[in-house]
Write a protein that binds this ligand. Structure first.
Ligand code: SF4
Length: 374
């Protein structure tokens, strides 16, 4: 990131401590469901996905997520006592699965920075019927891939914004070399993780020159085998990333650029509510995805809830406040009451932020992505 982008980030800095701690939206009581089991929100969407942020720390300082100007040496991370324990996370997960959650994604911050993460994966993997996945920046993956696979992690997503070392080091802002992430992806493939998702946030003028290169590199016949790049439109996550519409490369432009070099066509979604639109190459070898949360909002099929590092439930990535589950978890209440709380929160949900996003809403204060997971 060039030095001349710093002022806009600095100007956008606002105190976020109150957004992290000021949970406590009143938890609505759950109403009876029409079929006795299926919980739906105000727009008829079911609760299917739970993203769990296991730490608010990360060793990268990606300028769109945890910019150095905010997350500096003085930044106060959550004290240990406020972070949910593995037992508390597993309890919430088990209750949420009983209410319809099928997929659990571990995020952060950087989830592999949480000590003993393999133990948590093992605990969650023991819950019957869930698809368990994890999103990582890849920096510690090489050392942990075999252990994560062994304890039951089903799938992996690696965030990787560029293959060009100079660009990658500038974007992670801690001078981390891209070669180490590529080695980690190789190691994860060798450990048995197939079709790893490679998430690239595309920002105009910063890394968009890498789009075709990424598509080529991860195509099965080139570079690493069988992994799937997903190109994500740059979003106004959190309150510190200095988002402007001008910085967004629309997914259609990404597709056009790739199609010009590697002809492709749309593919059917793998499942209802799939966030990425799939494109397969006409030569039959491989596919990529685009996530168009700015130009083509998919709120209508959004089935995701987010559990923050300190145990608040958020019903949208762009939420300003969450619901404090931790207090309930630590007050000796039984599972039925926790289930009732999760059900009531979901039933009250109306979120559709990406459908109504404007330059104005982009400036609103939102909880940081590193706190609730991307
Ligand atoms: S803006 Fe909120 S409701 Fe819409 S898709 Fe994103 S997380 Fe879901």
């Amino acid at each position: 990131m060039s030095a001349n982008t710093r002022p806009s980030i600095l100007q956008s800095v606002i105190p976020i401590t109150d957004l992290r701690r000021g949970h406590g939206l009143p938890i609505p009581a759950m109403r009876e469901t029409s079929d006795g089991t299926t919980v739906r929100d105000q727009r008829g969407r079911q609760l299917r996905d739970l993203r769990i942020s296991v730490t608010d720390r990360c060793n990268f300082r990606c300028t769109y997520c945890m910019p150095k100007e905010v997350f500096d040496n003085d930044y106060q991370y959550l004290p240990h006592a406020e972070v949910l324990s593995f037992e508390e996370i597993t309890r919430v997960a088990r209750i949420a699965v009983a209410q319809g959650v099928k997929k659990i994604r571990l995020t952060g911050g950087e989830p592999l920075m949480r000590r003993g993460i393999e133990d948590l994966v093992a605990m969650l993997a023991a819950i019957p019927g869930i698809d368990l996945t994890l999103t990582t920046n890849g920096s510690a993956l090489k050392a942990k891939a075999v252990a994560l696979k062994a304890v039951g992690l089903n799938r992996l997503t690696v965030s990787l914004d560029s293959l060009d070392d100079k660009t990658f080091r500038a974007m992670n802002d801690v001078d981390f070399p891209v070669a180490k992430v590529l080695e980690a992806i190789d190691a994860a493939n060798a450990a048995g993780f197939e079709q790893i998702k490679i998430n690239m946030v595309v920002k105009r003028g910063v890394n968009d020159h890498q789009v075709v290169q990424m598509a080529k590199f991860f195509k099965p016949t080139h570079g690493l085998h069988g992994n799937i790049v997903r190109f994500i439109e740059f979003m106004d996550v959190g309150s510190t990333n200095g988002w402007k519409m001008d910085d967004v490369i629309p997914s259609q432009e990404v597709v056009n650029r790739i199609h010009a070099v590697l002809p492709c066509e749309p593919a059917h979604p793998n499942h209802l509510g799939e966030v990425a639109k799939r494109w397969k190459y006409l030569d039959g070898a491989g596919e990529f995805g685009v996530i168009s949360s700015v130009t083509e909002a998919f709120c209508g099929s959004c089935t995701r809830a987010r559990l923050s590092t300190d145990g608040a439930l958020y019903t949208c990535l762009f939420a300003q406040r969450g619901y404090d589950l931790k207090t309930l978890l630590r007050s000796g209440e039984d599972d039925a009451l926790i289930a009732n709380a999760i059900g009531g929160i979901w039933q009250a949900r109306q979120d559709n932020y990406s459908e109504v996003r404007t330059a104005e809403t982009a400036r609103e204060r939102k909880v940081e992505m590193s706190f609730i997971g991307g």
